[in-house]
Ligand binder design. Structure first.
Ligand SMILES: Cc1ncc(COP(=O)(O)O)c(C=O)c1O
Length: 389
C-alpha cells in the first residue's frame, strides 16, 4: 500500500530532535525555525515533557470521557493560572480544526443563529465548518460550500460595521486569527479587535479568537488578543499546547453554558494528552518562556529589520514574517538546502519564523549569519548572470 499523496515533501528523513535542532538519518543537523508549523513550543524532546508522558504511560494512557479524569481538571487549573482566564471553562479535543469546529458549533448553539463572519485569507482548519470559514477555495469541497459564512476584508473597520448594521442580529460568531498565520503573518490591529468585541457585545454574537497558531505564549503574551486588551468569548488552541503531542481545546467564557451531550469526543482530553499538555505548561512557567519569547523575538525582528533586502518584517514575539523580493526568491529553499535551516512559508513570497519559545540567542545569531550569507550569495549570482548576458 502507498501513502495518499497529499503533501509536497522535502526529501529529508528526520530521526532525532532536541531543543531547536533536528538531525537526519545521515547525522546532518538542521536548525528548526519552523517548529513543525508552530507546534514545538518548549523545544523538541524537552526532558520534563518526555518524563511527564513516560510516567503517565505507565499508569493509564486512555479512558473515555464517561469517567472522572482528574488530570483534565489539573490541566484546566494550570491553564487558567497561566492564561489569566481562570473563570473560563475548558473543552478538550485533538486538533486546531476540531477546536474551531467546536467553537463555531457552540456559538451557534448559544445564540440560536446561523451566520458566521470570517476574514479574507483566514485559515481555520479542514473539518467541515472550519474549512468553510477558511478563505481558500482549493481546499473547500463542494459539500462544505455554504452561504452561512461571510468573508470580510481583514482590518477593515468600516466593512465590519456596515455588515453588522445590515445583518448583525443574524450573526452567531465572528472568528478571527489575531495574527493570521497561513495567510502570511498579518497582525490584526488593536482597534479592529476592539471593534469586534464591541459589535459582538452590541449584537449578542460570540467573539472567537483562533489562537491555534498565535496563542499559547508564542507572541510573548499567552494570547495574541491580549495585545489589544480585549477578551474573546472563546479561544481556540492546539499546536503549541502539546509540543507535538496531539491535543487541542477551547476556552469558553463563563456566560456560555454547557448542556450534556452538546459537544463530545472519544479521544479528546485523554490522560496521555493531558500529561503532555501539563508538561508544556509547567515548562512555560518554570523557564519563563513567555518573557523569553518576547525578548528574543524583539531581538530577532530588530536584526531582520537591519537587512534592507527583507521587506515588511512583522509579527509579535516568536511569530515573525517578512516578504522576500523576487531577486532573492530562492532564499527559503537555499536556507534549507545549503544552510540546513527549516523555515516556514506563506504564499506567494513570505518566510515565516515560528521557532520553539526557548530558542537561544546563539541559535538566533547562527540563523542571522546564515541568512546574510545566503542573501549575499543570491545577489552575487544574480549580478553574475546579468553580466553574462
Ligand atoms: C490559525 C489556525 N487555525 C487552525 C488550524 C488547524 O489546525 P490543525 O491542523 O491542528 O487542525 C491551523 C493550522 O495550521 C491554524 O494555523
Amino acid at each position: 500500500m502507498k501513502l495518499f499523496d497529499v503533501y509536497p515533501i522535502n526529501n529529508i528523513n528526520i530521526v532525532k530532535a532536541e531543543g531547536t535542532s533536528v538531525w537526519d538519518d545521515k547525522g546532518v543537523e538542521y536548525i528548526d525555525l519552523y517548529g513543525g508549523h508552530a507546534v514545538i513550543s518548549i523545544g523538541h524532546t524537552h526532558p520534563h515533557w518526555v518524563k511527564r508522558i513516560e510516567e503517565q504511560l505507565h499508569k493509564i494512557a486512555f479512558y473515555s470521557n464517561s469517567i472522572e479524569i482528574p488530570i483534565q481538571k489539573e490541566l484546566a487549573k494550570k491553564l487558567g493560572e497561566l492564561s489569566g482566564k481562570d473563570d473560563y471553562q475548558l473543552f478538550l479535543c485533538n486538533s486546531g480544526a476540531e477546536a474551531n469546529e467546536n467553537a463555531l458549533k457552540l456559538a451557534s448553539f448559544h445564540t440560536g443563529r446561523k451566520k458566521v463572519v470570517a476574514f479574507q485569507k483566514a485559515f481555520h482548519g479542514r473539518t467541515s465548518l472550519a474549512v468553510a470559514a477558511t478563505d481558500n477555495k482549493a481546499i473547500v469541497a463542494p459539500v462544505n460550500e455554504t452561504d452561512k459564512i461571510v468573508f470580510l476584508p481583514f482590518n477593515d473597520e468600516q466593512a465590519l460595521e456596515d455588515f453588522f448594521e445590515k445583518a448583525g442580529s443574524e450573526v452567531a460568531a465572528v472568528i478571527i486569527e489575531p495574527i493570521q498565520g497561513v495567510g502570511g503573518i498579518t497582525v490584526a490591529s488593536a482597534d479592529f479587535l476592539q471593534l469586534i468585541r464591541n459589535l459582538c457585545d452590541q449584537y449578542g454574537a460570540v467573539f472567537i479568537a483562533d489562537e491555534v497558531q498565535c496563542g499559547y505564549g508564542r507572541t510573548g503574551k499567552f494570547f495574541a488578543t491580549n495585545y489589544a486588551s480585549v477578551n474573546a468569548d472563546i479561544y481556540s488552541m492546539a499546536k503549541g499546547m502539546g509540543n507535538g503531542f496531539p491535543i487541542g481545546g477551547i476556552l469558553i467564557a463563563p456566560h456560555i453554558q454547557p448542556k450534556h451531550g452538546m459537544l463530545g469526543t472519544t479521544f479528546g482530553g485523554n490522560h496521555l494528552a493531558c500529561a503532555a499538555a501539563l508538561g508544556v505548561l509547567e515548562v512555560l512557567s518554570a523557564e519563563g518562556l513567555l518573557a523569553k519569547a518576547k525578548e528574543n523575538g524583539n531581538y530577532l525582528m530588530s536584526e531582520l529589520r537591519k537587512m534592507p533586502e527583507l521587506k515588511n518584517v512583522r509579527g509579535f514575539g516568536l511569530m515573525i514574517g517578512f516578504d522576500v523580493p523576487e531577486e532573492i526568491k530562492d532564499l527559503r529553499k537555499n536556507l534549507l538546502q545549503k544552510q540546513h535551516i527549516f523555515t516556514g512559508e506563506a504564499k506567494p513570497n513570505v518566510i515565516r519564523l515560528l521557532p520553539a519559545l526557548n530558542i537561544s540567542r546563539a541559535i538566533i545569531d547562527r540563523f542571522l549569519a546564515a541568512l546574510k550569507a545566503e542573501i549575499k550569495a543570491l545577489k552575487e549570482t544574480k549580478v553574475a548572470s546579468e553580466l553574462a548576458q
